[in-house]
Design a protein around this ligand. Structure first.
Ligand SMILES: Cc1cc2nc3c(=O)[nH]c(=O)nc-3n(C[C@H](O)[C@H](O)[C@H](O)COP(=O)(O)OP(=O)(O)OC[C@H]3O[C@@H](n4cnc5c(N)ncnc54)[C@H](O)[C@@H]3O)c2cc1C
Length: 328
């Protein structure tokens, strides 16, 4: 299924790698993260290439909500409690700096960039909203309490972040990717030091930046055992208002709304909460004791199997020589 962004995008094309390459920096993965790295390197004149396994933005970037905000749900109260005011301030400043950077870049790119306020609302917990606003006051951020939003249901309150933004992510990428050194259909299959083995040859680099979103090598950290699939649900509604908001309701309901320019008219995109595949309820019932126990045991089993098998082979291969050594 094509995303709304793909339907309204003229996709640029880049060649596949056709020879072995030596460069300073290799970027692996051509989503938003990789393309932005390539763009920054391009602007500073550092030699680089970007290798993308399929076509640029064929990963998560083509399906993102594409809001550019410093607001990520109700996060600042938690950050202050956990890391203190200074760290929370740094996090907020980094987010605001990124927002400003997007703002500057988008001035020259036709990418439906719009300044918007962002809202996180709650259906029943006004206290959570108030706590977040207190936290933001400590960080000297001009957030506001909002009583009502033009949503099709009542809320008890919302945190409003002024001067945030949204855009068309793929039009933005088309704008900045034009002159970048990108190889599409070039999949990195193996890394030998800082040399990448691809489906078309080798790319030797001094440094490598991995922006594949998911780890693509199964060697480090056994991430392939820890990954699981998530699914989000999106609906499109015709509506005139143009804000975006998310729900602070935890743990199971997360409804995100954002307006989008679709063939020159504003429509609302409505995102229901994402969940693990096979967990089909948007608002599931509380898990039973049996479910919790089974899930706990299966996690333990999964985590134990790999080391146990590994240990078995080690013991099996060293045991005869150990016996020989002890008996001599
Ligand atoms: C439903 C949803 C909504 C989101 N909304 C927002 C939002 O509103 N705002 C926001 O800031 N973020 C949002 N995000 C987060 C979003 O994922 C990131 O902002 C961003 O799009 C991720 O880009 P990326 O470059 O890291 O990954 P991707 O876009 O997935 O790019 C990774 C690329 O690496 C390539 N690749 C993989 N393996 C290899 C290999 N071996 N060799 C070469 N290439 C390889 C893939 O083909 C892919 O193109 C959202 C995420 C989801 C799932």
């Amino acid at each position: 299924m094509e995303s709304l962004w793909e339907q309204t995008w003229e996709q640029p094309n880049f060649p596949a790698q056709d020879k072995n390459i030596n460069t300073d920096i290799l970027i692996i993965g051509g989503g938003m993260a990789g393309i932005l790295c390539a763009y920054q390197l391009h602007c500073t004149g550092v030699p680089y290439v970007l290798a993308e396994a399929e076509t640029i933005c064929s990963g998560i970037t083509k399906n993102t909500t594409a809001k550019i905000t410093s607001q990520h749900g109700l996060i600042y109260n938690k950050l202050i409690s956990r890391f203190g005011i200074e760290r929370a301030k740094q996090y907020l400043a980094a987010n605001e700096a990124a927002l400003q950077k997007y703002w500057d870049l988008c001035q020259d790119i036709d990418c439906d960039f719009e300044e918007k306020a962002a809202y996180t609302y709650s259906l029943s917990d006004r206290r959570e909203i108030e706590k977040e606003l207190n936290a933001l006051e400590k960080l000297s951020f001009p957030a506001e309490f909002v009583h009502k939003l033009p949503l099709p249901f009542p809320i008890v309150g919302a945190v409003r972040f002024p001067n945030q933004a949204q855009f068309h992510p793929l039009k933005f990428v088309s704008g900045i990717a034009k002159n970048l050194h990108i190889y599409e259909h070039t999949q990195v299959r193996e890394l030998i030091g800082t040399t990448a083995v691809t489906n078309h040859g080798r790319i030797r680099a001094k440094k490598i930046i991995v922006t594949t979103h998911f780890p693509f090598l199964n060697k480090h950290g056994s991430y392939f055992l820890k990954l699981y699939q998530h699914r989000s649900y999106v609906k499109r509604r015709y509506i005139s208002n143009i804000i975006f908001c998310s729900n602070a309701q935890k743990p199971f309901i997360l409804l995100v709304f954002r307006a989008v320019l679709y063939y020159h008219s504003h429509q609302w995109l409505f995102f229901a909460q994402s969940n693990k595949t096979r967990h089909r309820h948007i608002n599931p019932p509380a898990p039973s004791t049996i479910t919790i126990l089974t899930s706990f045991l299966s996690t333990i089993l999964l985590k134990m199997t790999f080391p146990a098998v590994f240990l078995y082979f080690i013991v099996k291969s060293t045991f005869p020589s150990l016996l020989k050594f002890l008996s001599s």
